[in-house]
Structure formats: structure tokens, C-alpha cells
Design a protein around this ligand. Structure first.
Ligand SMILES: [Zn+2]
Length: 171
């Protein structure tokens, strides 16, 4: 038994593959849905949404924000692999809450160059979900933008709360 986490993962994979049978699926998600979510370790998307192997695309990053690279993945998901629905999931207690673009400035001071990406931090979860929905719905690259819904996942209860585009931000 080794201590390095990657070695533990490799051992777990051997056990996984030992019981694995080829599901015989192609790359097109069975339920034609792409889920964009935060990378947070407490968010088990398959368990939380009742998803099975082969059901969906999962696109994850810090915050679950809709960046150009998420649009890239969604474009391929819809145009090449047949998905029609987009589900966006942010969550309570996110590491991006309260972070500011000052993070970029501090990075620049430390390492001598400014990152070419935005931190995409936010202080209002609901508003950031709305912005993410708007970015998906207005993307010229996506042919399917009618079925786009956004949620906040509560890491203490496991429940999703839907965010509606029309709701006005908290005063
Ligand atoms: Zn998060």
C-alpha cells in the first residue's frame, strides 16, 4: 500500500476494471443533456441528479461558470454529439464566492505576468447563475438554447433550487 493519492487511484482503477463490462455505448449521451457544474468535491452530479453512465456530458470548472471553453465544449456536445438540454449548477459555499478580480492582480505581482483568463468570481450566487444562463442562451454557436435551466445546489441538504432568468437580483 502506498501513500501517494495517484497510486491509490490506480489501484482503485484496477478493481473497477476487474468488474467492468463494455457497456457497448457510443459517445452520444443517452439523455441528450449537458450539465455544467462547479468542480466542488462535495457535488456528486450523478448521484444528485439520478444520472447513470452514458446519460450526460459533464462540464466542470471552478464555479461552474460559462467561459469560452465551456461554450467550446457545449458546441461540440450539441453539434457533434446530439445533446439538446443544458443544466447549469452552482452551489452554496463555493470557493469563488467572495474572491475578487484582485486575485489576478496578486498573481501578477507574485509571478510577474497577468493571467489571460478572468477569475470569474462572484458575490451573488443567483445572479451568477442567471449570467451563466444568459451566456448559453445568447451564444451564436449553440443551435439548442430553448431548454437551458440553472440551479443552486445546497451542499448541506443536497437539494437543488431553481433560478429563473426573470427573477430580479436581490436588492
Ligand atoms: Zn464551487
Amino acid at each position: 500500500m502506498t501513500d501517494a493519492v495517484t497510486d491509490q487511484l490506480i489501484e482503485a482503477n484496477k478493481r473497477y476494471a476487474g468488474g467492468f463490462t463494455d457497456p457497448g455505448m457510443d459517445a452520444r449521451p443517452v439523455r441528450k443533456v449537458a450539465v455544467v457544474a462547479c468542480m466542488d468535491a462535495r457535488l456528486d452530479l450523478h448521484a444528485a441528479l439520478g444520472l447513470s453512465l452514458g446519460d450526460c456530458h459533464t462540464i466542470r470548472n471552478a464555479g461552474g461558470v460559462v467561459t469560452d471553453d465551456v461554450i467550446r465544449s457545449l458546441t461540440i456536445s450539441q453539434r457533434q454529439l446530439g445533446t439538446r438540454t443544458v443544466v447549469l449548477i452552482h452551489h452554496t459555499g463555493c470557493g469563488l464566492l467572495g474572491l475578487t478580480e484582485n486575485f489576478r492582480h496578486e498573481l501578477e505581482l507574485e509571478v510577474g505576468q497577468k493571467p489571460n483568463w478572468a477569475v470569474e468570481s462572484f458575490t451573488d450566487l443567483d445572479q451568477d447563475v442567471r449570467q451563466s444562463m444568459a451566456r448559453v442562451r445568447t451564444s451564436p454557436f449553440l443551435p439548442h438554447t430553448e431548454d437551458v435551466r440553472g440551479f443552486v445546489f445546497d451542499v448541506t441538504t443536497g437539494l437543488l433550487r431553481e433560478i429563473h432568468l426573470a427573477d430580479s437580483p436581490a436588492p
